[in-house]
Design a protein around this ligand. Sequence first.
Ligand SMILES: [Zn+2]
Length: 113
Amino acid sequence: MHGIPAAKEIVEAALASAEKEGRTVKSIEVEMGPDSRLDAEELELCFDVASQDTALEDIKLKITLKPGLVECLDCGKSEEKTMVDRIPICPACYSPNLKINGIGIVIKDIELK
Ligand SMILES: [Zn+2]
């Protein structure tokens, strides 16, 4: 699954921050945009897999979607999107030549308890 490496990074970052403070993780907030090439459900699913058998097993991700502008470099069509396909193509001219202006996955907050 494509989102697993991203989910593992979130798990590792959260565990490291909890360990540093000698506390446990209460919640994790992430923002995701079109450059993640994932939708929120896919990220949640991958997070569930990546957090299995860790202290984060029962934690749910709080995901905020951040749209970004996806521009076609061939026909100039641009669209605000929160996610794009893994291999994105322009809906108007089917060109794969797209510029994606937006974030991937950013960890906003790791709340400890
Ligand atoms: Zn186009």
